[in-house]
Write a protein that binds this ligand. Structure first.
Ligand code: OGA
Ligand code: FE
Length: 274
């Protein structure tokens, strides 16, 4: 065991149920996050070991593990400026995903900045870390995203291989609180991931929740810096044995120092066409 390996708990959905739906927004101040038919509690915490991949980064690639560590220094000077993110950072992510994957074309379509304190203060459009095991797309919502975003070209684009790839990066490093844990795609079995509706104000998306199995192999990158990025494969249309979906979640160290600053991160979602 590496000294930065972590024993903690992760939150998985308790019971596979197709009736569960998750709100991406608060319908009302006292409303629950969940909708549909399910038994309480919907989620359960399970003890897991999360291994540090620092020093072993080369063993993980998007095509086998579904995750990959890459260096990236951005020209952006303010991640909380939407114009700069869209004008500077997202094009950088398109070039990065293109370079790493060899895709012919990459379209960055969405981003989130996350910081617990900023989210609680309702500043900077920041969102909370996501503390349950999930993957962002399904066999239905992956292609649907292409249709929503690529207009007239979508049917032609859907005829060849494409993937949805997230690039996750600390805004400030090193990350001392609430890092991101990623499950090696090779340790997921069919049936571990459960398609679940995600209710937006204006549309219904679909993500995958995970049910627990002791064989899941979890990893994170200790003390992750702002010049490092984590690529996550959230969908791949190819069914040839390569990683297609990658479960991930924010987690807390059991012994986080009280003065550790909140994690600030940005994730950019991209469509990569091959
Ligand atoms: C993601 C994600 C959660 C977090 O990037 O897809 O789920 O807490 N992030 O950063
Ligand atoms: Fe996610």
């Amino acid at each position: 065991m590496n000294s930065a390996d972590v024993q903690t708990t992760l939150t998985y959905v308790r019971e596979p149920t197709s009736e569960l739906a998750i709100y991406n927004y608060r319908p009302g101040p006292d409303d629950p996050d969940l909708s549909g038919q399910y038994e309480e509690p919907a989620y359960l915490e399970y003890p897991v070991e999360i291994k540090d991949i620092r020093g072993h980064e080369q063993r993980f690639s998007l095509e086998d593990a579904g995750l990959q560590v890459i260096s990236h220094v951005s020209a952006i000077d303010d991640y909380y400026d939407d114009k700069k993110v869209r004008g500077i950072y997202m094009p950088e992510m398109e070039a990065l995903v293109k370079r790493v994957t060899g895709a012919l074309r990459v379209h960055a379509f969405d981003y989130n900045v996350r910081c617990q304190a900023y989210s609680e203060q309702k500043v900077h459009m920041a969102r909370m870390p996501v503390r349950f095991v999930h993957n962002d797309y399904t066999d239905t919502s992956g292609p649907q995203r292409v249709r929503d975003l690529m207009g007239d070209e979508s049917e032609a684009l859907l005829k060849t291989r494409f993937a949805v790839i997230n690039v996750w990066k600390p805004i400030v490093g090193p990350v001392q609180r609430t890092p991101l844990a990623v499950c090696d795609a090779r340790s997921l079995e069919p049936g571990d991931l459960i398609d679940t509706s995600l209710l937006y104000r204006d549309r219904i998306g679909q993500i995958q929740l995970a049910s627990h199995r002791p064989g899941h192999r979890w990893y994170y990158l200790s003390n992750m810096r702002a010049d490092e990025a984590l690529l996550l494969k959230c969908f791949d249309s190819a069914r040839d044995g390569r990683a297609r979906f990658t479960a991930h979640t924010a987690f807390d160290f059991v012994d986080t120092p009280a003065d550790a600053s909140d994690r600030q991160s940005i994730e950019v979602r991209t469509l990569a066409f091959f």
